[in-house]
Design a protein around this ligand. Sequence first.
Ligand SMILES: Cc1ncc(COP(=O)(O)O)c(C=O)c1O
Length: 401
Amino acid sequence: MPISSGFDIKRIIRPNILKLEPYRCARDDYSEGILLDANENSYGPVFQISISEVGAGCGQLKFESQADSRQLHRYPDPLGREVKQRILKMRPSIPGIENIFLGVGSDEVIDMLVRIICQPGKDAVMVTPPTYGMYKVVASINDVDVVKVPLIVEGGSFQLDVDAMIEAALGNPAIKIIWLCSPGNPTGTYLREEDIRRVLDSGFTGLVVVDEAYVDFVHTDKGESYAKLVSEYPGLFVIQTMSKSFGLAGIRLGVGIGSSELVGYLNNAKAPYSVSTLSLDVAKAALSDENVEKMRRVAASIVDQRDMYLIPELMRLPHVSRIIGGNDANFVLCRFVDSDGNISNKIAKDLYREMAENQGLVVRYRGSDYGCEGCLRITIGTAEENKAVVDTMRKLLSEIP
Ligand SMILES: Cc1ncc(COP(=O)(O)O)c(C=O)c1O
């Protein structure tokens, strides 16, 4: 039975949503096998959680973990204050808990920033391709323009083109947010402090956001979180996540660090109880001194696998020309060439498909990203997973003439 003869779904959805090109990932197509496509933490959560059902019939859950057990009929603390206290302890350069915002993954933090800052149909954001796809998707959802100032891709360095960024930012008053990603996805490059300071000191009056989803994989002698600059620059906002180094992508907890005024506006705009009790409890447990230490040890093992095993082994394979990018994250960007030495998207794509469809091994094709031609992005897995990737790739690449 038709609900209403005059009803047309297309007429009630915002036009930019109708045109939206949604974010897509390898997992849309492949979800089984050794999964090295999404930069998760193959080592698992940094501590063991067991949840057991008790009081059958009343549906109560007892949460057995280092987090305290909670009565789940209560709403969570809307501001997640205990978790913020522990984040403060882990990142002592953050001035106070009023400088921390918690979201449902950093993806929600990204979305909320655009929703509270950019006026649909009027404002714009700047991105520096190749970069994380959600900045553009969120802009499209909110009918916000995207100005692209590509990274310097020559030599695979993927650092900021600061002069071009400043020129574009100062020349276009519609730009309200500049999205930076450090270490970048898919570049793996940790951005230079002097470059970030130049952008912040340029006279740009919008917000500069540094997305640090992968910051715990950066060698400490190379750099640290730019949260240390937040007290100096009210126009800087740093985003982190529990999804990567802590191995807790499933709890959906993202962290924003910035001025107390901006955090206040974000808190005003968010759904009151957006982060669940279970997520907060798990995050609190994960952020104990002992588990932060564990996280650092696991991150160090991943970095070790990256630097001492995966990169050297990949470099030995036929048709691999080089590993590009900064290698400061839990993935590498591997470039393929044909037998004449020309960069080959075909080889990268065929390999990606063959591994996913017939070898149970999912990585991510990145050959259509600017500066990433001929590249696959491979998440660092466990030692066994990394060996499986290398062995499979060696076999398949050796068969190419
Ligand atoms: C750079 C970057 N930012 C944010 C995210 C989203 O992370 P979360 O799981 O916290 O939403 C990702 C996920 O891959 C990412 O690569």
